[in-house]
Design a protein around this ligand. Structure first.
Ligand SMILES: Cc1cc2nc3c(=O)[nH]c(=O)nc-3n(C[C@H](O)[C@H](O)[C@H](O)COP(=O)(O)OP(=O)(O)OC[C@H]3O[C@@H](n4cnc5c(N)ncnc54)[C@H](O)[C@@H]3O)c2cc1C
Length: 287
């Protein structure tokens, strides 16, 4: 199907893009177009105007090491995240997630910010980011604000970014020494959306005791969620087969997965345990 008619704007700067979004209440940001255009063609979305931000690349596509955090520009394509050496050494969880998105063409066009703002609960990067507890920086005509990851994902396909704001940057705090991270996606075929996705970021102290851990789950609730019971179970405990298995048994307590053609609710609840165990072990092996 063809999309409904829309006006198209191609601003040359971030300020111009923000001004256009403010002036046209019925407009939407267009980044890589990998989700929005599909929705428009299916007529599930019909914005009257698109503000294409691809020409604002210089201002929005980058990966920079700052003093306290890694800054990832919202327009950074999935492919850049996957192949960036700094990301690979500091946050392998993001490489795991980016490399599993769709196929190479989608990873070339799709952007980190687009994936987060689209907020599909089964998407890979939102789940992986949640385990790293970043800040999402947005800009609008009223200025800039920073949204904690716990407040960013509001509901299915809904975030805390307002209609006239643009997500500009994701700030990921550095993990302490002796940390490891991993994301594992369970899908039917390579490139499919996740049936269950699990992200883990953990830090170990002396004698392999878990100092800190964040476990995030995708595709099992209206938004990506933290598996707080499983985290609590491991914090302060020695990380070994017994404690990891016991904590994975609790990983599905906060989940409320749907049943669909890809898997029943019961199957997903069981898979959360299996993939949490594997993701914690993989993160631990990377410390
Ligand atoms: C065939 C196919 C398979 C896919 N498989 C996967 C998969 O396995 N895993 C996965 O995670 N994803 C998958 N995707 C989705 C892909 O990751 C998209 O790239 C991503 O969801 C959207 O990014 P985008 O840059 O294309 O955003 P767009 O489609 O341009 O925009 C998506 C939404 O975000 C808003 N938006 C975009 N950027 C900003 C911004 N900076 N500020 C404010 N709002 C913004 C738009 O207005 C729109 O509402 C798949 C897509 C396709 C077509």
């Amino acid at each position: 199907m063809y999309p409904k008619k829309f006006d198209y704007f191609l601003p040359g700067s971030l300020n111009e893009a923000i001004k256009l979004l403010h002036e046209r209440e019925d407009s939407k940001v267009l980044a890589g177009g990998q989700s929005l255009l599909a929705l428009m063609k299916l007529r599930l979305a019909a914005p009257a105007a698109l503000v294409d931000i691809t020409q604002v690349k210089d201002e929005l596509s980058y990966i920079k090491k700052e003093k306290t955090h890694l800054a990832v520009g919202a327009l950074t394509p999935h492919d850049h995240l996957e192949h960036n050496k700094v990301v690979g050494s500091l946050f392998p969880i993001l490489v795991d997630a980016a490399s599993k998105i769709g196929d190479q063409q989608i990873r070339n066009r799709g952007t980190v910010g687009g994936s987060c703002c689209h907020a599909d609960p089964a998407a890979d990067l939102p789940t992986a980011f949640l385990a790293l507890d970043p800040k999402f920086v947005v800009r609008g005509t009223r200025g800039q604000r920073s949204i904690p990851s716990s407040d960013f994902f509001v509901d299915t396909f809904s975030t805390a970014v307002k209609k006239d704001e643009i997500l500009t940057e994701i700030r990921i705090p550095y993990l302490p020494k002796r940390s490891g991270s991993a994301y594992i996606k369970h899908s039917r075929r390579e490139g499919d959306f996740a049936i269950v996705g699990v992200g883990v970021a953990l830090t170990v102290g002396p004698k392999n005791v878990c100092k800190d851990i964040r476990i995030s789950l995708g595709a099992v609730a209206p938004t990506p969620i933290r598996a707080k019971s499983a985290e609590k179970h491991l914090k302060g405990k020695k990380l070994n087969e017994e404690t990891i298995v016991a904590s994975a048994e609790e990983a599905n307590l906060e989940a409320d997965p749907p049943s669909d053609m890809h898997g029943s609710r019961e199957y997903r609840l069981e898979m959360i345990k299996v993939f949490t165990k594997r993701a914690v072990k993989l993160a631990l092996s990377r410390v």
